[in-house]
Design a protein. Structure first.
Length: 113
């Protein structure tokens, strides 16, 4: 087995990957995610499978030029220019409710713990 590239736990990488996908709203290629998370492409696939099991159909995946990509559909972007009510409205428009997001985060934390 090759040595670990860093000391981050699976849970930390899972939350980082979810954050990258959710904030960007763009296609994120597996190789690029592996580099950012300092892990193997296989680990990125496992993390994507875990995220998909929690948020379901909101995780899109595909290939482009023989490169695998992932994207969270209906992603929201952090903006300090928005007040809390605007952020809440944008989150609801994205198709992800506060309760669903809270439950997804709880489930991720429980799986890591």
């Amino acid at each position: 087995m090759p040595p670990k590239l860093d000391d981050a736990t699976c849970g930390v990488k899972l939350l980082k990957m979810f954050n990258i996908l959710a904030v960007s709203g763009q296609k994120c290629f597996q190789v690029d995610l592996a580099e950012r998370l300092q892990c193997s492409p296989q680990t990125v696939k496992r993390l994507a499978d875990t995220i998909e099991s929690v948020i379901g159909v909101n995780l899109e995946r595909g290939t482009e030029d023989r490169r695998r990509w992932y994207r969270v559909r209906g992603a929201w972007r952090h903006s300090t220019a928005l007040n809390d009510e605007e952020k809440y409205n944008n989150l609801n428009k994205s198709g992800i409710t506060i309760n669903a997001l809270t439950n997804a985060i709880r489930k991720l934390i429980e799986e890591v713990a």
